[in-house]
Write a protein that binds this ligand. Structure first.
Ligand code: MF3
Ligand code: CO
Length: 248
């Protein structure tokens, strides 16, 4: 069952989402060559705790970090470590915050110094794909409309659409119904209703859509080693559209 959130729940989801957006904003000036992914993780966690929230992903199914840091060919779920970021890298930072039992979830991909044109285009089109997907949302629209919009836009720009991972409902659990795939058919899938909260999160690859999992059992990488980008917002479905809860 897909939950319709009460006004009280929506208030808490707005606060959780704002904390996630603010954490992204806070990290931005630190995202320079020389920082490690572990330092990013520590900065993010300290900021989230200072807002009266906790990091949603910490210990989630045994996940060892507070946030996910996925560099270059890493698609998602990269584990923070002593890896030093270099000019030319791109990094997807996926942040979840739990405020009084309600979650916000948002990922963004950032350039470290100057990056290749291939990476610039990948980032630009993946962010645009997120907004193409979001633009289909309103009371009465269907989950397949979101995936259809993302997939057709991504393929128009020759990007690989990762299928193994999907967006999801968000509430008192970080992952709730429905699944929100980044592919689909118009007019199919669950019907969206005002008061539902979902995370839309295209993961697009410069090359093949195929992915592999590393031996750490978390990090997902592209099968061909080409770069990948990830953009995600948590949104509230409204009568005429949607409200972004994780604005940065
Ligand atoms: N942010 C991921 C998502 O969007 C979840 C991360 S799960 C973790 O669904 F275990 F890696 F934390
Ligand atoms: Co998510």
């Amino acid at each position: 069952m897909i939950k319709i959130k009460t006004p009280e729940e929506i208030d808490l989801l707005r606060i959780a989402g704002k904390i996630v957006g603010d954490t992204h904003h806070y990290l931005q000036p630190y995202l320079k060559p020389g920082i490690t992914t572990g330092e990013i993780d520590q900065l993010a966690e300290a900021f989230i705790l200072a807002q009266g929230a906790t990091a949603s992903f910490k210990n989630y199914q045994g996940y060892p970090g507070s946030v996910c840091t996925s560099v270059n060919d890493e698609v998602v779920h990269g584990i923070p470590s002593d890896r030093v970021l270099q000019a030319g890298d791109i990094i997807g930072i996926d942040i979840g915050a739990n405020y009084k039992g309600y979650h916000g979830d948002s990922a963004w991909t950032y350039a470290i110094g100057e990056v290749s044109e291939e990476k610039q285009n990948l980032m630009k089109y993946t962010e645009e794909a997120l907004f193409k997907g979001l633009s289909t949302i309103h009371d009465g629209a269907r989950v397949g409309d979101i995936g259809y919009a993302i997939y057709t836009f991504a393929r128009k720009h020759n990007l690989g659409v990762v299928r193994e991972l999907v967006g999801h409902g968000v509430g008192s659990n970080i992952h709730e119904e429905p699944d929100v795939p980044n592919y689909g058919k118009k007019n199919t899938g669950p019907i969206l209703k005002s008061g539902m909260v979902i995370a839309v999160e295209p993961m697009l690859n410069a090359g093949t859509h195929h992915v592999c999992i590393l031996e750490d059992d978390w990090t997902i990488v592209t099968a061909d080693g080409k770069p990948s980008a990830h953009f995600e917002h948590t949104v509230l479905v409204t009568k005429d559209g949607y409200e972004i809860l994780t604005k940065r």
